[in-house]
Design a protein around this ligand. Structure first.
Ligand SMILES: Nc1ncnc2c1ncn2[C@@H]1O[C@H](COP(=O)(O)OP(=O)(O)OP(=O)(O)O)[C@@H](O)[C@H]1O
Ligand SMILES: [Mg+2]
Length: 396
């Protein structure tokens, strides 16, 4: 199966490009599902037909769906939610607020994304196109499994044991309700699902991310940042879709100035993403709604290329060995060394850039060594590891 995620700044054309790609895939004979995980759905508007929360047939071989996050929460999180609601209510919170708190921010989208795993396993479709929320939310979402993993590793295994013991012996002395097995099972199942989903999304043979942008300053900046963070978290980006490009034939003076500006920005886009193909899509004289418009968009975007192809393959994380020892290499374009903070704690390496933090569990070879320095070589961060017991742990 092939999974393609589209993300980009708000309003750049993610939904339209997702729908168009889906249509082209179906016309090339792939059984295709286009789904949106953005809670603000607009896939129905794009296809100009009502899509349900389950795959709805649009035309031959093409299906669409708009995930209902509330139904997903009920299905995946009910026992934990009920428990947390009772827990918060027992602490004096009113019922409605307690219920709100029982679902962590971002969890609704996380459960939506779990659908990816379900379809991957069911093998019902050859291609899955995911119309994601705008970049910021998508990156937080893609990083959520790692954050969750971190908490679970530290809290959960210990806690289940402790709670089990307490429950058996001392139930009466606690004023808070304790979680029962159904709650733990729910959490454990979710954890396992999220973990497996993460593997699917990180698999370079299956999943790639495409960044949709418009030739505008702010959009390009946000896209560059998104690309850095996607690399940081190990996701594979394989193309840029530059949408809403004014076509050649624009002649009137008002738009010809815009065209000139766009051309300059397109050069910047090309310079920013030298390893990625850039598919240009023109600014149509009308909105892109309905099968006919989407088909036109799809063929003009991809031409003769099969949109399911993996257009670029860059290894975001590698371990290199040379005479000095080992280096962990991460592709992190658009970042300077001073923006990167590194901390090592045992087998864990924490990389912080701005508001984002990644906890990398180091491979065995590196875990027994220490990070002793880091430098940038052509957009790649080389973190050097050496055997220096007792060396200063914080490598800056
Ligand atoms: N190449 C294009 N030419 C003309 N109109 C376009 C083009 N691409 C998208 N549009 C229109 O721009 C609007 C926004 O597009 P779309 O909904 O696909 O963006 P989005 O990135 O999904 O937005 P959101 O962030 O709100 O989800 C829609 O009305 C769409 O029809
Ligand atoms: Mg959209």
């Amino acid at each position: 199966m092939r999974i393609i995620l589209y993300t980009g700044k708000g309003g750049v054309g993610k939904t339209s490009v997702s729908a168009a790609t889906g249509l082209l895939c179906a016309e090339l004979g792939y059984r295709t599902l286009v789904m949106s995980t953005d809670p603000a759905h607009s896939l129905s508007d794009s296809f100009n037909m009502k899509l349900g929360a389950e795959p709805t047939e649009i035309c031959d071989g093409l299906f669409g769906m708009e995930i209902d996050p509330f139904a997903e929460i009920e299905e995946n999180w009910a026992a934990a939610k009920d428990y947390l609601t009772t827990l918060f209510a027992s602490q004096g919170l009113d019922e409605v607020a307690a219920e709100e708190l029982a679902v962590l921010p971002g969890m609704d989208e996380l459960f939506s994304l779990l659908k990816v795993k379900q379809f991957y396993e069911s093998k019902e479709f050859d291609v899955l196109i995911v119309d994601c929320a705008p970049t910021g939310a998508t990156i937080r979402l893609l990083n959520f499994p790692e954050v969750l993993q971190w908490y679970m590793r530290r809290l959960f295994h210990v806690e289940r044991y402790v709670v089990g013991t307490i429950r058996r012996f001392k139930r009466e002395i606690f004023s808070v309700p304790l979680p029962d097995d159904a709650v733990f099972d729910t959490i454990q199942r979710m954890y396992a699902n999220v973990d497996e989903m993460r593997d699917i999304l990180l698999s370079s043979q299956v999943t790639t991310i495409r960044l949709v942008l418009n030739p505008e300053r702010m959009v390009i900046q946000e896209t560059r940042r998104a690309y850095t963070y996607l690399n940081l978290f190990g996701f594979h980006t394989d193309a840029i879709i530059a949408n809403k490009v004014f076509p050649e034939e624009v002649a009137d003076s008002y738009f010809s100035e815009w065209k000139r500006v766009q051309e300059a920005y397109l050069e910047e886009v090309e310079a920013s993403f030298p390893n990625l193909p850039i598919f240009k899509v023109r600014f149509y004289e009308h909105e892109v709604v309905g099968i006919e418009s989407l088909r036109k968009m799809a063929y003009e975007t991809f031409g003769d290329s099969d949109p399911t192809r993996i257009f670029a393959q860059d290894e975001p994380m590698q371990v290199l060995k040379d005479s000095d020892g080992y280096a962990l290499v991460l592709t992190l374009p658009f970042v300077s060394r001073s923006e990167v903070e590194l901390y090592q704690k045992g087998d864990e390496l924490i990389i912080r850039i701005g508001n984002f933090k990644r906890n990398i569990i180091l491979p065995m070879t590196l875990a027994r060594l220490e990070a002793v320095g880091a430098k940038f070589v052509e957009g790649k961060l080389h973190i050097r590891f050496a055997d220096r017991r007792g060396a200063q742990r914080k490598a800056r």
